[in-house]
Design a protein around this ligand. Structure first.
Ligand code: CDP
Ligand code: CDP
Length: 221
């Protein structure tokens, strides 16, 4: 087992996991893993190659060889900037479809664990605490109401010029969450050893402070 401390932050779509995890990592000067980006990159690479999103053997082979790089604020796929492309709602939907395939998940497992370097890692996704880093000393289940999450994602996508309505986003989010919770492998769930952080009425700063306070308590114990 790795001795590198990990803070695992899991939760549903658009709850603010990525924003909070990245800020906690910056505040502690730790590494950060956006595991959802790997599923989004797999979906994007599959669509670019014309692969069906249920062709499990082809997708697992693709995920195993995925040529990706996480640079300072930039994500490259096959050497091309994919930072913004993978944030489209259609790619999120594709990601949740490839994410139900067990061999795709296995193909991405070690790549995620390889992010754990000293002095520590903050990782966000759906199965950080259950599968990827089950021994993480601090696990957080970060959520918000579906309406609040749809509002947050709506503002994000509209600012990027995506043509989508709030009700379409709410429907997409609910469908994606249902698929993430219902799948047989690594479903989205609140683990018994995870702390619940409901951010519906919290600012980003309050959410970051919650995680930092709990990390201080855990590391002092
Ligand atoms: O990673 P995840 O899909 O869970 O969410 P995100 O991309 O980090 O956050 C979605 C949006 O919600 C971002 O624009 C955040 O700035 C915003 N947000 C917020 O308004 N209030 C919070 N407490 C947390 C996030
Ligand atoms: O930003 P948002 O929370 O909507 O999604 P994301 O974290 O970028 O993840 C996109 C999709 O990848 C999710 O809907 C999940 O189906 C899948 N995923 C997963 O299965 N396991 C993870 N650790 C991270 C993401």
């Amino acid at each position: 087992m790795s001795a590198i401390p990990v803070i695992a932050i899991d939760g549903p779509s658009a709850s603010g996991k990525g924003t909070v995890a990245a800020r906690v990592a910056a505040s502690l000067a730790w590494h950060y893993l956006d595991s959802g980006a790997l599923y989004r990159l797999t979906a994007l690479a599959a669509l670019q190659r014309g692969l069906a999103l249920d062709d499990e053997p082809a997708l697992a082979a693709l995920a195993a060889k995925l040529d990706v790089a996480f640079l300072e604020g930039m994500i490259l796929l096959d050497g091309e900037d994919a930072t913004e492309t993978i944030r489209a709602e259609a790619i999120g939907e594709g990601a949740s479809r490839v994410a139900v395939l067990p061999t795709v998940r296995t193909a991405l497992l070690q790549r995620q664990r390889d992010f754990a370097h000293a002095p520590g890692l903050v990782a966000d996704g759906r199965d950080m605490g259950s599968v990827v880093f089950p021994h993480a000393p601090l696990k957080i289940f970060l959520t918000a109401s579906a309406e609040e999450r749809a509002n947050r994602r709506y503002k994000q996508l509209i600012a990027k010029g995506e043509k989508i309505t709030l009700s379409q986003i709410l429907q997409d989010i609910e469908q994606r969450d249902a698929r993430d919770r219902a799948r047989s492998v690594a479903p989205l769930q609140q683990l018994p050893d995870a702390l619940l952080l409901d951010t519906t009425r919290l600012s980003i700063e309050q959410s970051v402070q919650f995680v930092l306070d709990h990390w201080r308590a855990v590391s002092a114990a």
